[in-house]
Design a protein around this ligand. Structure first.
Ligand SMILES: N[C@@H](CCC[C@H](NC(=O)CCC(=O)O)C(=O)O)C(=O)O
Ligand SMILES: [Zn+2]
Ligand SMILES: [Zn+2]
Length: 387
């Protein structure tokens, strides 16, 4: 068996692939090559859905018996934003002053690299075998709409009779220090596109046109006039944020035909996608009355909130973190969402990864020392899980 690559070298190889969703740019090839070299069987299904680009995914497994511990994650990344503001090339994977820079360093190519390095070292140490099974569920569609990613990969695996006992997802769960936070739940995500319909015309003859902009303002105001809820037993309050308002009108003397707004809601377990959709439609109907014509397109990506009750697996991961960092991780459901909302339907899932302070930002970076320590934590998890 070849000597397993280090987590840092894997993280650098991954960051050098500009895999902004839905591009793969070779990222899953890096994962496949590392796992195949260690004897994992690797498959790379590509999933399709009308209206969305095809997206590649990866499933790998070593061993057929139970228990099966799954590592999950994604290799797609969010766009770099203002590229000239970066201190280092966002796809250069530069190490400077002990920090690894690049898009995905924290979210979550760094985490994927640590899982790979830990699993490969574990397998090498045991002469190429596992007392049970280790699997990897890695997608190229997490940061995007997430319709051709983990949700389909799980269905694909289920059809092939694959069974999993526990899953560790490597999203960047720590706000500032490695070891301070495990995520045991996430809110769901619902994206909405609202279009108000009008009739184009001359600004000086408004009676011959219908301006959609006041209607859009009325509807957007109605959507956020009342809080959705006050939080639930395990989750923060649900929250709606507008992400863009577009009219796209370049003329100063033309009333536009349509006006659009996009919003995203992070919702807790007081709601399902359906009940939340019904509440949004109720608010819009009331505000629109007979005078505003609109369309609402909801893109739920099938994602209710998830919550995993603290159990022995949470205890095992907490012990590994404590042994490596000296910190007692808080069990949290805060922050963004993750593919654990899909994985929770097939096995208990929790999340622990790198420090997420710079995720989605310019100059995304993680400490090289944290990459080494996270690899050691995952190694301890493997040792304890299969002991
Ligand atoms: N756009 C997708 C979900 C995208 C998932 C993304 N997650 C993270 O960035 C991790 C954040 C964290 O660790 O707090 C997100 O939350 O936007 C969808 O909405 O379906
Ligand atoms: Zn992520
Ligand atoms: Zn992200």
């Amino acid at each position: 068996m070849p000597t397993p690559p280090s987590a840092l070298s894997l993280a650098q190889a991954l960051i050098r692939c500009p895999s902004v969703t839905p591009e793969d740019a070779g990222a899953l090839g890096v994962v496949a090559q590392a796992l195949e070299a260690a004897g994992f069987s690797v498959e790379r299904p590509v999933f399709s859905e009308a209206g969305h680009p095809d997206t590649p995914n990866l499933y790998a497994r070593l061993g057929r018996s139970g228990p099966c511990l799954v590592f999950a994650g994604h290799t797609d990344v969010v766009p770099v934003g203002d590229a000239v503001s970066w201190r280092h090339d966002p796809f250069g994977a530069v190490v400077s002053d002990g920090m690894l820079y690049g898009r995905g360093a924290a979210d979550m190519k760094g985490g994927v690299a640590c899982m790979l390095a830990a699993a490969l070292a574990f397998v090498e140490h045991r002469g190429g075998t596992v007392p049970g099974s280790i699997a990897f569920l890695i997608t190229g569609d997490e940061e995007g709409p997430a319709v051709n990613g983990t949700v389909k990969l799980l269905a694909w695996a289920r059809e092939r009779g694959e069974r999993f006992d526990h899953c560790l997802l490597g999203e960047p769960t720590n706000p500032a220090r490695l070891g301070e936070m495990i995520k045991i739940g996430r809110r769901g995500s619902l994206t909405g596109k609202l279009t108000v319909l009008g009739r184009q015309g001359h600004v000086a003859y408004p009676h011959k046109a219908e301006n959609p902009i006041p209607g859009l303002l009325r509807l957007t105001t109605a959507l956020i006039a009342e809080p959705l809820d006050g939080g639930s037993a395990h989750f923060d309050a649900s929250n709606l944020e507008f992400t863009t308002i577009d009219v796209g009108n370049t003329a100063t003397n033309v009333i536009p035909a349509t006006a659009r707004a996009t919003f995203n809601i992070r919702f807790n377990d007081d709601w399902t996608s359906d009940s939340l959709g019904a509440e949004l439609r109720r608010r819009l109907e009331k505000a629109a009355g007979n005078s505003v014509r609109y369309l609402l397109d909801l893109q739920p990506s099938n994602s209710p909130a998830f919550f995993t009750r603290p159990d022995s697996f949470v205890g095992l991961v907490s012990d590994a973190i404590r042994a490596e960092t000296g910190l007692d991780p808080v069990l949290s459901t805060t922050g963004g969402t993750s593919d654990a909302r899909f994985i929770k339907d097939v096995c208990p899932v929790i999340e622990f990864g790198l420090v997420g302070e710079t995720m989605h930002q310019v100059d995304e970076c993680v400490a090289v020392a944290d990459i080494e320590r996270l690899t050691a934590i995952y190694g301890r998890v493997l040792d304890a899980y299969f002991s």
